[in-house]
Write a protein that binds this ligand. Structure first.
Ligand SMILES: [Fe+2]
Ligand SMILES: [Fe+2]
Length: 241
């Protein structure tokens, strides 16, 4: 198992591990490391991937300097190595939505997490991340995204999930590949609030969309998110037909 490292926005590094056995073209599991005075990791990766992810982190910053551990929702690829990282980084703290802390993480994390209210920011030094609650989008009651305000980077978690081992960063359409993955996996919750929640993210007008699975996107993130919201509207309509 090897983890590739690419800088997809200034001092935002994508750590990517391909699992060739998943799906017809393989599937990537990506973490994002925000290198700053208080380094933040978004997604820990599976516990079984921890040695490879830890070594990749160490090529950017010493692991013990990690200050924040964040992820989209409670799931093994999102936070499976949370406690391994808390052990490796003695000053690190998990930061998640207050509801997710209450429901899961107060019990699961080896040190108390920092609960965040919707819209609350954490100052990393030069970067600033904003916590945004997105309950059940794409899945999980505790679901959230993070928006890095200075680079306009939306840390999307599972939104736009797609297969294959494409480039770290692309300007090409990611909606088509995301639709194909949704057809294959049915991973998203088709809740009545799903399209409007994604439309609210489009209003941020992000310049970069950092994806947990597949290539990250640079360009008109707002248009891409509106397209994703519309695609879910169509799926919800079709499901009710
Ligand atoms: Fe997920
Ligand atoms: Fe995921």
């Amino acid at each position: 198992m090897s983890t590739k490292i690419d800088e997809i926005a200034p001092r935002i590094y994508r750590l990517s591990t391909l699992v060739p056995e998943i799906g017809p073209t393989g599937f990537t599991f990506n973490q994002f490391l925000l290198d700053d005075d208080e380094p933040l990791l978004f997604h820990t990766g599976h516990r079984s991937m921890f040695p490879s992810v830890r070594d990749a982190i160490a090529q950017v910053v010493p692991v013990e300097r990690l200050r924040w551990i964040a992820f989209g929702h409670v799931e093994s690829d999102e936070c499976g190595a949370m406690n391994e990282l808390l052990a490796a980084a003695p000053h690190a703290r998990v930061a998640h939505g207050a509801l997710g802390c209450m429901v899961s993480l107060d019990e699961m994390a080896d040190r108390p997490p920092r609960p965040l209210t919707n819209g609350e920011t954490i100052d990393l030094g030069t970067k600033r991340v904003r916590h945004i609650d997105t309950p059940h989008v794409p899945h999980g009651w505790d679901a959230r995204v993070l928006y890095e305000e200075t680079t306009g980077t939306l840390l999307c978690g599972d939104l736009f999930t797609h297969l294959g081992d494409g480039p770290a960063l692309t300007e090409d359409d990611i909606l088509g590949p995301a639709g194909a993955a949704e057809d294959l996996f049915s991973f998203s919750c088709l809740s009545p609030s799903t399209p409007t929640t994604i439309d609210e993210l489009a209003a941020l007008a992000p310049r970069t969309l950092a994806l947990m699975h597949g290539s990250s996107f640079t360009g008109d993130g707002s248009a891409m998110l509106r397209g994703l919201a519309d695609s879910y509207r169509e799926r919800i309509t079709a499901a009710g037909a």
